[in-house]
Write a protein that binds this ligand. Structure first.
Ligand code: TXA
Ligand code: MG
Length: 349
């Protein structure tokens, strides 16, 4: 398959290109598109054949449900059995934006889209090109992140192309995404709302709207015997090709420990990469040292994380080390992704 490329910037949307992209979805094809979080790999959410194609293009197990993207709140009515008050409140506060809600699905949503579940994940993104595309596509676009299964989610069209060129019909290039980590997922099907995946919309922001909210206990630690509630979170997603270890502790002890481990690995013939912060980038000795941003700037760290992991893959590094980050606010999402990438390998010094 030959993949077509079009460009659509946030402020000057490519109307003709987006119209064609919508036509591809209506005809059962696949289009990758930018959102404010990461690039998505879209297909018609109400067409089970399209969902099958998405799994195939991603190389993803088909028990891993897809998020249905909409472009107006009222379109949620078609997807779910009933809209609870909490969904109105969350939509009022955070939609359009980087929040996904899980609700009992209606009969309109095929099980191929929900990975066999009776619930459906719904998201109303804020990115202008995403919204125009969803509208042109008929209003219901199922989209996982546009990476091959096991690779970091793509934050630029170039990364989408690396994984998807030749496998899908079109890629809409909207430049670099803003946030860089996937949406926050909140499950509204239980007695108490529960965060299944942390993201830009933090636990505190959700609490301010809903009052009490629970969080899946597998989010920041490997709980023995506990399965993550979002099926996709059980896979070792975001896995770099190199073996990643997180080193946690006070700054000088961490740089010292990482340098020590990096020297040992180099001596053993490994190619070593380090995720450093602006404050520490000059203190490391390794084949590749990346400054992920200033330690206090969570938004920058979130924005750069997946790009850094992909660059490490491109440089074929075999052993990786990262500093740990604060888990307050958006730090919860950053450490959730980093811990997964590290397969929960953490050294405390
Ligand atoms: O920011 C995002 O959410 C991006 C952009 C493209 O919108 N999408 C994204 O999709 O991250 P994906 O497929 O990579 O991750 C979806 C996650 C998976 O962990 C999946 O298991 C979970 O959402 N999920 C989807 N439907 C679910 C459901 N009904 N119940 C529980 N978890 C669900
Ligand atoms: Mg994903």
């Amino acid at each position: 398959m030959k993949t077509r490329y079009i460009r659509s910037d946030a402020d000057t949307p490519n109307e003709e290109g987006i119209r064609q992209a919508g036509g591809i979805i209506r005809a059962g094809g696949l289009v990758a598109f930018p959102t404010e979080t990461v690039y998505g790999l879209g297909g018609d959410a109400l067409n089970k054949e399209s969902s099958r194609k998405i799994y195939e293009a991603k190389g993803r197990p088909s028990d891993n449900p897809l998020i249905v993207h909409i472009c107006r709140f009222s379109d949620m009515e078609k997807l779910v059995e009933r809209i609870p008050q909490a969904a109105y409140d969350l939509a009022e506060a955070f939609w359009p934006g980087p929040l996904t809600m899980i609700l009992p699905k209606s009969d309109a949503v095929p099980y191929e889209t929900t990975g066999g579940l009776d619930t459906v994940a719904v998201r109303f993104p804020s990115h202008p090109a995403a919204r125009a595309f969803i509208e042109a596509a008929g209003g219901y676009v199922a989209a996982p992140s546009a990476n091959r299964s096991g690779r970091p989610s793509p934050t630029t069209a170039k990364y989408v192309a690396e994984d998807m060129d030749g496998r899908i019909d079109m890629i809409i290039d909207g430049g670099e995404v803003g946030i860089g980590l996937e949406s926050t997922i909140v499950d509204l099907t239980g007695e108490m709302p529960m965060i299944l995946r942390p993201g830009y919309i933090t636990q505190e922001m959700l609490q301010n709207v809903l009052g009490e909210i629970a969080a899946d206990k597998t989010m920041l630690k490997e709980a023995a015997g506990a399965r993550p509630k979002a099926p996709g979170m059980k896979y070792r997603h975001y896995a770099p090709k190199g073996v990643l270890t997180i080193v946690e502790g006070n700054r000088d002890a961490v740089t010292q420990k990482i340098n020590e481990l990096a020297a040992q690995a180099s001596a053993a013939g490994e190619k070593v990469g380090v995720i450093a912060t602006r404050e520490t980038v000059d203190a490391y000795h390794a084949d590749c040292v990346k400054n992920i941003g200033p330690r206090a700037d969570e938004a920058a760290i979130a924005h750069n994380l997946y790009a850094v992991l992909r660059e490490f893959d491109d440089e074929e590094l075999t052993v990786l080390f990262s500093e740990a980050f604060d888990t307050a606010g958006m730090g919860q999402a950053i450490m959730n992704r980093l811990l997964k990438a590290a397969g929960h390998r953490v050294i405390r010094v």
